[in-house]
Design a protein around this ligand. Structure first.
Ligand code: GLN
Length: 294
């Protein structure tokens, strides 16, 4: 197949399956992206010819996909919590399992309430956008250490009309002002162990390494979050952290060692441990009083 041979929609999809071994749905998503049409158009007009520019664009995407580049980066778009988000290689691609973080946060947030919520390491802004779309009165802050990621997040908030989300650049809790307190702090931090072979598969080499891996056991950033959050949580404030499927007991231990209350681990739809949460440790004064009693 050369870029100057005529190609209809149906032929283009056949080519993707036969020559590039792409699943039909992926081929459709890429072709719909090139033609700037909904996927249904491909069924309605199978004989429509691609013009030269469309042919070249589609063949290029097939090549890149075959090399392993994630579909979301090829189209620059990904759905999360029924919101359409722009994603770039500066941001992690939102994963379906991260919707658990949103569900748990919503369960803790009163529907009409104006709670303060911080999404640390927001990336594309997926988590903050989902919460803001469900809790329009909540006051959200979305942070990221990467200016490039934060620009993508801010663009997503603007496109989705989510005006109440503040964005701020900074590393975990050091992005927060002294004395600034939240009812809920949540994060999907990097948590894959450095050197984990998983980092070489499933399109992960195309994603930002700093958004994926974190130290020898994958827990470095989770330790920072657990250590830093108490100074920025309101009295009954919660910290919610996403983690790897084999990290539930280790993360719960870190919460417990730091004195958090009501710690628990929750499972995603695939029945994997995916999130641990805890309530702010009691203030030091109250704690030392407790220690002194017989
Ligand atoms: N769940 C992702 C993966 O294993 C990792 C996301 C993250 O590190 N926050 O592909």
């Amino acid at each position: 197949m050369t870029p100057d041979q005529p190609l209809s929609i149906a032929e283009a999809l056949q080519l993707a399956a036969r020559t590039h071994h792409l699943p039909q749905l992926e081929a459709q998503v890429l072709l719909a992206h090139v033609l700037q049409t909904p996927r249904s158009h491909l069924y309605a007009w199978p004989e429509q010819p691609l013009n030269a520019a469309q042919r070249i664009a589609f063949l290029t995407l097939l090549e890149r996909r075959q090399q392993g580049e994630p579909v979301a980066y090829l189209t620059g778009q990904r759905e999360f919590w029924s919101l359409s988000l722009r994603v770039t290689p500066d941001t992690l691609i939102p994963r379906p399992e991260t919707e658990l973080l949103v569900e748990q946060a919503l369960a803790l947030l009163d529907p009409g309430g104006d709670a303060r919520v911080a999404d640390l390491g927001t990336g594309s802004g997926a988590i903050a956008a989902a919460i803001a779309s469900e809790r329009p009165r909540a006051r959200l802050l979305a942070t990221d250490i990467s200016a490039a990621a934060l620009a993508v997040a801010a663009d997503n908030f603007r496109r989705l009309g989510l005006r109440r989300i503040e964005t701020r650049q900074g590393n975990w809790c050091s992005a927060l002002h002294p004395g600034e307190r939240f009812d809920l702090i949540l994060s999907n931090p990097p948590y894959v162990a450095e050197g984990d072979p998983h980092l070489l598969r499933d399109g992960l080499p195309w994603e930002p390494a700093t958004a994926l891996s974190s130290g020898a056991d994958g827990l470095d950033d989770i330790r920072r979050l657990i250590g830093g959050a108490p100074d920025h949580l309101a009295a009954d404030g919660w910290l919610l952290i996403e983690h790897g499927l084999d990290q539930g007991s280790a993360v719960r231990r870190l919460f417990d060692q730091a004195g958090y209350l009501e710690t628990s681990t929750h499972q995603d739809l695939a029945a994997h441990d995916r999130l641990t949460r805890g309530k702010r440790p009691p203030a030091i004064g109250a704690e030392s009083k407790g220690n002194q009693s017989p």
